[in-house]
Design a protein around this ligand. Sequence first.
Ligand code: ZN
Length: 494
Amino acid sequence: MNLKKLIFTPTVILIFLIFSFFLNAEKLDRDLQRGFDSIRPMDAYNYVKTLSLPKFAGRHTGHEGYTAAAKWAANKFKEWGLKPLSKKEGYLQAYPSPYTIIDKAEMFLFLEQKEATQQKEPALKKIKLEPGKDFLPLLFSDSGDSSAGLVFAGWGISAPELGYDDYAGLDVEGKFILCFRGTPDRRDNRYQKHDHHRFRMKTAKNKGALGLFYIYAEPLANPNGDWIKDFTPAIISESVADKILKEKGTNSKDLRSDLLTYKKPLSFPLQTKISFCVESRHFPDGIGYNVVGYVEGFDRQLKKECLVVGGHFDHCGEHMGFLFPGANDNASGSAVVMEIAEAFSKLKKKPKRSAVFVLFGGEEMGLQGSTYFANHVPTQFDKVDTMFNFDMVGEGDGVGCGISPKPEGLKKALEDSNKFVNILRRSRFFREVGVRSSDYAPFFLNGAACISFASNGPHLAYHQTGDTIYRINPDILADTARLAFLTGFTWANR
Ligand SMILES: [Zn+2]
């Protein structure tokens, strides 16, 4: 053997070994590959399409449209051989869910006419507002029909304990409140309680108001609140608010920026009158459902700890002839949870811990289904070890994650899994939950580690009738499901 050949042979072998090492490093074992391959873009897309159909009426928790959709998903869980919650309950975990349907609403403005100042009484100009475009009742409004005065009250917060009161010195008895959503200082957690819709509505009602009108860029569907007798709240658009605020020589943009800059109340009565008529039906005995099925872990001890893979199944319903299909919010997350469930069901070798798949009710009403589940974990499990949440994962071309900083290794499991799909665009640690958190919040508060997935959007039809199947990207659904399936398996098997 000559020298050249002697050097060449080990070099070739070495190169071959390095190559095969890297090839192996990027290859899944056959069992995982089978689960991975069962996740298909068009399957996920078709689930979103089905859930967005008019027959499910926008999946308003408590309503028959939601219940029919929940039964449809429960059948899929059964088809894949997931274990049910219990023999008695099957795949449906029931909990109380009062809800309201708005049938009709009309709003008129009576604007002060500046030109008519020589008259004793200012002349008022009547303007009919267009539902859906100019205003929309909050989707928990009582029926009512009132014409009344209007009072601007900053953020609608009365917190004397914090030395802040938008209502100080105001007479709002028998009037409507006009205000923004938010708090004087976003970074000040002490205001958080006051920023819940239900809390703000209660405050207004206790002060004697007939209703509260939020100023939003444009009206959107929002069922997150409690029905209050003789109280008719709504959202009005910024452009309508600007018509009203003109009498004070200001507009919503400037007012908002003043409130944020000076962090002091800035409230005043208005000359404009408003007439608001709502016809709604309230169902205090509504029942909501979480759809639950699981794959049991193989380790005798660790199987009692579970990974919850969940997303909210509900959306805002159908009101006044407007269907809110919620394709992206959150038929997309539901479809991804379903695809992951199917993939886990295909595994011959299950992970050590159990994987529980949950489609939550009532997220739009304020995390009601997930809160109920987190506080009523099925008795076959001792605790929820980790929770993966999917909310609005259908629009865009990449995925972002909020992730618990602890335990260590969770982020690495996610990043290692991402090598197979390359879809993760950013991740950030979350250290606390707030008013705007999604369904991971009650699990996080109970001590579970969490990852919350959302696609990069732009989510332009958020809570509007335009959140349809046409906005959904099938590939982003599948890749998100694949990423979470691999991460979930690795993590539940640790
Ligand atoms: Zn959502």
